[in-house]
Design a protein around this ligand. Sequence first.
Ligand code: NAP
Length: 281
Amino acid sequence: MPAILIDGRAVAKDWKEKAAVRAQEWVLKGITPHLAVVLVGEDAASQVYVRNKENACRKAAIRSTVIRLAADCTQQALEQTVRELNADASVHGILVQLPLPKHLDESRVLALIDPDKDVDGFHAMNSGRLMNGQRGFVPCTPLGVMKLLEAYNISVQGKHAVVIGRSNIVGKPMAMLLLGANATVTICHSRTQDLPAITCQADILVAAVGKAGFVTADMVKPGAAVIDVGINRTENGLAGDVAPEVADVAGWLTPVPGGVGQMTIAMLLSNTLDAVQMHGI
Ligand code: NAP
């Protein structure tokens, strides 16, 4: 039987509607939720992502301000922008669109963001909170994956979850969230030996590699929930990290597009409203 396709669009729509209701409640109390996005340079994909974030904010009645800095802006100018946003009481959430141009020090910029406005959840304080099981901002993409699993009643507790990828943005926080939900978690990466032997044991398999069609059917346990985080631009359009034939083996599968990607922005709205709550009371 082919896998159940997890409809990220539908789940994200519900979350966006919830965000719109929450935002409206704040507006009625005289507080306009406000997300500030810092975009450096002209990277085409980043421009699209930022435009999508602006559109989603507009639909949810969340104010968004995009601060555009030239590709050759200095570290000092970028840091000054972040400091000003930290100090601006009207701004609840701050996001610096990644990747930054090579001459800029990404980790120094992320470390400057007020952890209580860090709606992307990339500040070390928030990674630490996630690690310690404390409340904090959680990176939007792995948080979205957890919400998809919940929406489809895919149980995590006691299951073996395998995450391929160990980035700070996806792989590591994903593993922490699954661990927090009582899965037994294995993290794989480019130096992992005999990857298929490990992935074949996964009840839940998350692919966050960045290589189109990387996970093939022979790497998947029959009936597993396969979550495809990858977004790869190929000559045939967007492709995930999971090969299409995995649908014949898996129990559940997230499509690309229409899966995890849809949830990322929905979680950004949700995190922004959590930030308002943190500041507004
Ligand atoms: P990344 O920083 O490049 O990390 C990729 C990870 O894959 C690394 O940990 C790397 O291992 C591992 N890897 C590479 N080749 C491998 C191999 N042959 N075997 C096993 N592991 C291997 O990428 P990322 O930022 O985590 O993103 C991953 C993918 O998700 C990308 O396609 C990205 O576009 C997509 N993404 C999607 C969303 C969304 O909204 N859906 C959001 C963010 C990212 P090492 O650490 O050993 O190098």
